[in-house]
Design a protein around this ligand. Structure first.
Ligand code: NDP
Length: 247
């Protein structure tokens, strides 16, 4: 049941995170929104409140362990517990390796990998002590297949895939009752392409998304489906994308 679950969402200021926040709140979850753009978070939380839902927000840079700890604390102080975290913050400044955009490589590692680890580390003590919890993460179809231009981005998303699967296995073995769900989206119309600085890659991606892109609401539905499963059931992996996109 989604109703009354306390769900932290990272990368909640736009795209998939925003769509998930709005949908989960609409279904009765108490959502805790984190990202760097506070104005956007505030607006989304206010909209949710005006529609009769429960949403709070706090500035969160997922690369900071302290800020991840702080948002978990905010959730607990406000709502008394945390039931789930949706590790969704990410960026995709794709480019060919030969372009040597090394700063962007490191940024992707920091946000897409370290950010996920920080979120897990922040929430795990709570989940272990309450003997329940749900960790959801946004990987990508680039975490399932290799795409030219996505050597580093894809690598970060392969990491998410591996980490989440091992977490699922260990949780089952240890009986911690921590569930996982990993989502592998294809082309979803969000602000993601704005992080691409390589002109040729940006143009190719823009055309691809113009042809195929679908609404982030579709991913929000999958998040809701995973969260809605009974405690004894993990639905673990979802590949979701435009019906017309061959991927
Ligand atoms: P958006 O660019 O719309 O959203 C990205 C979100 O991540 C924003 O809310 C942004 O907020 C947040 N973010 C970025 N850096 C940080 C940071 N350091 N700390 C906290 N939050 C951060 O794109 P999407 O909604 O598409 O992206 C969501 C996830 O989906 C990403 O992990 C992406 O890789 C993945 N994905 C998307 C696909 C697509 O086609 N759109 C396909 C496959 C996967 P802010 O800038 O305010 O911090």
């Amino acid at each position: 049941m989604i109703k009354d679950k306390v769900v932290i969402i990272t990368g909640a200021s736009s795209g998939i995170g925003e769509a998930a926040a709005r949908l989960l709140a609409d279904r009765g979850a108490k959502v805790v929104l984190g990202a760097r753009r506070e104005d956007r978070l505030k607006e989304i939380a206010e909209d949710i409140g005006e529609a009769g839902g429960h949403a709070i927000h706090q500035v969160l840079d997922v690369t900071s362990p302290a800020e991840n700890d702080a948002i978990v604390k905010l959730a607990k102080d406000t709502f008394g517990r945390v039931d789930a975290i949706f590790l969704n913050a990410g960026l995709m400044p794709s480019s060919p390796v030969s372009a040597l955009k090394t700063d962007e490589w490191h940024k992707m590692v920091d946000v897409n990998i370290t950010g996920v680890l920080n979120g897990v580390a922040a929430v795990m003590p709570t989940f272990l002590s309450q003997k329940s919890g749900h960790i959801l993460a946004t990987s990508s179809v680039a975490g399932l297949k290799a795409y030219p231009g996505s050597a580093v981005y894809g690598g970060t998303k392969w990491f998410v895939r591996d980490f989440m699967e091992v977490l699922r296995m260990e949780s089952a073995m240890e009986g911690t009752n921590i569930r996982t769900a990993t989502i592998y989206p294809a082309a979803i119309n969000t602000e993601l392409l704005t992080t691409i600085t390589d002109t040729k890659t940006a143009e190719g991606m823009k055309d691809l998304y113009a042809d195929f892109g679908i609404s982030p609401d579709r991913i929000a539905e999958v998040v809701a489906f995973a969260l809605d499963m009974p405690e004894d059931t993990t639905v673990n992996e979802f590949t979701v994308g435009p019906a017309r996109q061959p991927w």
